[in-house]
Design a protein around this ligand. Structure first.
Ligand code: FAD
Length: 100
């Protein structure tokens, strides 16, 4: 047994992942803009991201909501690509109202 090797193993620093949880309540236009900005930022790596959305679907364009009645579909009004949350490792809780 090479004891120098054992000594090296014992003092080798352990790298610990240090992520913080960030919880975004509401996935409306502002919440989604915040998420898109966060995932585009180098700071993204520091966070586990969780978002709660009271509504049954993610963010949509409320400003043009009335165009739904003249034929614009829910998919066209959506502000979120279908795979946005899974691609960016974001936990989304749809239809789930956060109580504080
Ligand atoms: C028909 C219509 C037309 C509009 N036209 C214009 C316009 O021309 N110009 C303009 O500047 N603005 C317009 N607005 C206003 C604009 O839509 C709002 O300013 C904008 O939607 C605000 O975005 P937000 O993300 O802050 O809030 P919201 O879009 O209201 O999103 C908040 C989200 O958070 C969810 N939420 C809230 N509390 C909780 C909770 N406790 N747990 C989980 N989820 C929660 C809500 O259900 C919602 O989905 C219009 C709005 C409407 C309805």
């Amino acid at each position: 047994m090479d004891f120098r090797c054992l000594f090296f193993c014992l003092i080798k620093p352990v790298e610990v992942e240090m992520t913080q949880k960030i919880v975004i309540i509401g996935n409306g236009m502002v919440g989604q803009y915040f998420l898109a900005s966060l995932v585009a930022s180098p700071a993204r790596e520091q966070f586990d991201i969780i978002t709660f959305c009271e509504e049954p679907r993610p963010a949509y364009d409320r400003v043009h909501l009335s165009s739904y009645f003249s034929g614009t579909s829910a998919e066209e009004l959506s502000l979120v690509a279908p795979d946005f949350f899974s691609n960016h490792g974001i936990q989304i809780h749809l239809g789930d109202k956060a109580l504080v």
